[in-house]
Design a protein. Structure first.
Ligand code: NAD
Ligand code: TYD
Length: 357
């Protein structure tokens, strides 16, 4: 389908001021400028309006600060904006924070998703067509042994952290709303993303920032845990594909075919920083690597089998981990004015709780 043949959409993007949501909003507004895009975001510690800079002046873009658990607000936005497509990113998303305080994860990820689904169920009666895309994670499948096959869409759920358990609960609700109410829900379970606008608490930005500040690089446990890394723009193109071509009621796994051990990833980042940054406080950056106490319940390995989205919908990633990491390091080097204000007192207090202060 060419853009000329396509009917314009009216999107509600929840969590659009966060890492993936803002990359998705930017991607969508660039690609489909005729669409209406409304971002609903509570601006928690992880949400940042600067992530949407450059979009807010567009006439068919609107930002609304609010909570996805607020049913009256969600009802009024769906009706007033005649939303036909929900792209649901809003969540508490950091495993370490879910260990310190799981309550917010249950509230936003489970109750918030339920609130959106209920609101969309009632609103859906007024539409000719619609879609509810529920953006989820591979962490719902639990942990793999070194030789296990990668997660497929039929792998049983076995979440091990309060974060992944809350995402699993929300996935089950999205699935149930299709089977019970024929709501056209689509679920994507994606591997670890990285790229621009990634909040400093996550592995890749944390390492980039600590290298630039000359601080220790905390690697949990023995550093042999494996993650399957996907460049965030590739995730956005997968979600675009699922919204346009996915079959309601289906789940699609999304991954980058880039399994890397944490310690190897950190060493790659050190090498890139040594090469690309002109004035580092400590060189070589690898000398900053420090093994620290492991995360409780730390999943050993994640890997995604993305055969279904490739064969049924024709999507595949386009950015290799080497290219994506280089772009990301470049971004953190040139956007110090973005990340420095995020190292707030609240962030320092969180950092001290997790890493010791
Ligand atoms: P993030 O933490 O960077 O952003 C979450 C956004 O949601 C923030 O802008 C925050 O303000 C907003 N938010 C939180 N609670 C809210 C509420 N109650 N109401 C409205 N807005 C609220 O997260 P992210 O990394 O961008 O992840 C987005 C989604 O993608 C999540 O659902 C996550 O589970 C999923 N996911 C993330 C990854 C990853 O590697 N980051 C991988 C796969 C799936
Ligand atoms: P993270 O970015 O928190 O993503 P997730 O836990 O959702 O996969 O962490 C990625 C991997 O890096 C994970 O195995 C935990 C590890 N890690 C560290 O070793 N040190 C750190 O400081 C952080 C934040 C993560």
């Amino acid at each position: 389908m060419t853009n000329e043949e396509r009917r314009p959409h009216r999107l509600l993007v929840t969590g659009g001021a966060g890492f993936i949501g803002s990359n998705f909003t930017r991607y969508w507004c660039d690609r489909y400028p005729e669409d209406r895009v409304v971002v609903l975001d509570a601006l928690t510690y992880a949400g940042n309006r600067d992530n949407l800079s450059g979009l807010e002046d567009r006439s068919n873009f609107r930002f609304v600060r609010g909570d996805i658990c607020d049913r009256a607000l969600v009802d009024s936005l769906l009706a007033e904006e005649q939303i036909d497509t929900v792209a649901h990113f809003a969540a508490e998303s950091h495993v370490d924070r879910s260990i310190l305080g799981p309550g917010a994860f249950i509230q936003t990820n489970v109750v918030g998703t339920f609130t959106l689904l209920e609101a969309f169920r009632h609103h859906y009666n007024t539409l000719e067509t619609g879609r509810f895309l529920h953006v989820s994670t591979d962490e719902v499948y639990g942990s793999l042994e070194p030789n296990d096959p990668a997660f497929s869409e039929t792998t049983p759920y076995a979440p091990n952290s309060p974060y992944s358990a809350s995402k699993a609960g929300s996935d089950h609700l999205a699935r149930a709303y299709y089977h019970t109410y024929q709501l056209p829900t689509l679920i994507t379970n994606c591997s670890n993303n990285y790229g621009a606008y990634h909040f400093p608490e996550k592995l890749i930005p944390l390492m980039c920032i600590n290298i630039l500040l000359g601080k220790p690089l905390p690697v949990y446990g023995d550093g042999q845990n494996v993650r399957d890394w996907l460049y965030v723009v590739d995730h956005c193109s997968a979600l675009d594909t699922v919204i346009h071509r996915g079959k309601p009621g289906e789940t699609y796994n999304v991954g980058g075919n880039n399994e890397v051990k944490n310690i190897d990833l950190v060493r790659m980042l050190c090498g890139l920083m040594d090469e690309m940054a002109s004035d580092l406080p400590v060189r070589p950056s690898e000398s900053l690597i420090t093994f620290v106490k492991d995360r409780p319940g730390h999943d050993r390995r994640y890997a995604i089998d993305a055969t279904k989205i490739k064969t049924e919908l024709g999507w595949q990633p386009s950015v290799t981990v080497e290219e994506g990491l280089r772009k990301t390091v470049e971004w953190y080097l040139t956007h110090q004015d973005w990340w420095k204000p995020l190292l707030s007192d609240e962030y320092q207090a969180y950092y001290a709780k997790v890493y010791g202060g």
